[in-house]
Write a protein that binds this ligand. Structure first.
Ligand code: APR
Length: 254
């Protein structure tokens, strides 16, 4: 199956959902997680991206997130982000992302469903579960945006109770926000589901493609290398998102 076949499906489809992973931001300079220079090659997720790691050493975890913010803060959306942003504004697709870099937002993508939160948002660590008003802090803000690099103080603090703040991202072992999972499941009820730049191994995000397939959607993958999903999708395009998406967009225009 070729890019032309994928373009034909895109033309016919009325509901298109795109799931993105770290690969779509690779061309912008954001490290992926499991690629050759991926973050998990240099760090152990259990040391930096779990609630236990945070409670063990909040400063270490914050230093790592602060270094990622410094890198991502210098990155710009690439042609892959820009094509999806325009498609989303033209209501041609819904973007569901695992990325916490907010480059889809910065590209002007409408209605992005963020499954894993954002590097640029924080919440009070005293609040066990977002919206849990029973916590001892009671009225701390659920989440707030802070794009300052570097932070005024490390580790950052809750502006209300001065307790520890934590990154508003979903760590390993944590559940996704119900609202985001519900919106993503609704988006998976589509005619065409495309997985772009993801290794398709981290659940529940990776399950969305199979959910869409189970509900009759045509499925596609754009990735320079094969993933566990490559054999089950209808169309697997081996290429970089920043190259393939503009070419696909051109085909649609013809
Ligand atoms: N275009 C498209 N795909 C690319 C590109 C590119 N230019 N460069 C790399 N890729 C592919 C890689 O081949 C790989 O399959 O992107 C994928 C990135 O995979 P991961 O690094 O595993 O990232 P992702 O799938 O987003 O990880 C899922 O795991 O670590 C957690 O919470 C984190 O959201 C993340 C989740």
């Amino acid at each position: 199956m070729s890019l032309e076949d994928l373009a034909a499906h895109l033309r016919r489809a009325s509901r298109v959902t795109v799931l993105t992973g770290a690969g779509i931001s690779a061309a912008s300079g954001v490290p992926t997680f499991r690629g050759a220079e991926g973050l998990w090659r240099h760090y152990r997720p259990e040391d930096l991206a779990t609630a236990a790691a945070f409670h063990r050493d909040p400063l270490l975890v914050w230093e790592w997130y602060a270094s990622r913010r410094a890198v991502v803060g210098r990155c710009e959306p690439n042609p892959g982000h820009q094509v999806l942003a325009r498609w989303s504004r033209e209501r041609r697709c819904t973007v569901v992302t695992q990325n916490v870099d907010d480059l889809h937002h910065r590209a002007g993508t409408a209605g992005v469903i963020r499954l894993h939160g954002s590097l640029w948002e924080l919440r009070c660590a005293g609040v066990a579960v977002p919206g849990d008003r029973r916590s001892r802090h009671g009225v701390c803000p659920e989440e707030w945006r802070d794009e300052t690099v570097p932070f005024a103080e490390m580790p950052p603090r809750c502006p209300h109770c001065r307790g520890l703040a934590r990154p508003a991202v979903v760590w390993f072992g944590e559940t996704l926000r119900e609202r985001d999972m519900r919106d993503a499941a609704t988006a998976a009820r589509c005619d065409l589901f495309m997985a772009i730049g993801t290794s398709a191994i981290v659940h529940p995000a990776a399950g969305l493609l199979h959910e869409a397939q189970r509900q009759g959607a045509v499925t596609a993958e754009i990735n320079p290398v094969a993933t566990p999903a490559s054999r089950s999708v209808t169309i697997a395009i081996q290429g970089a998102a920043e190259d393939v998406l503009p070419r696909l967009d051109l085909l649609l225009a013809n």
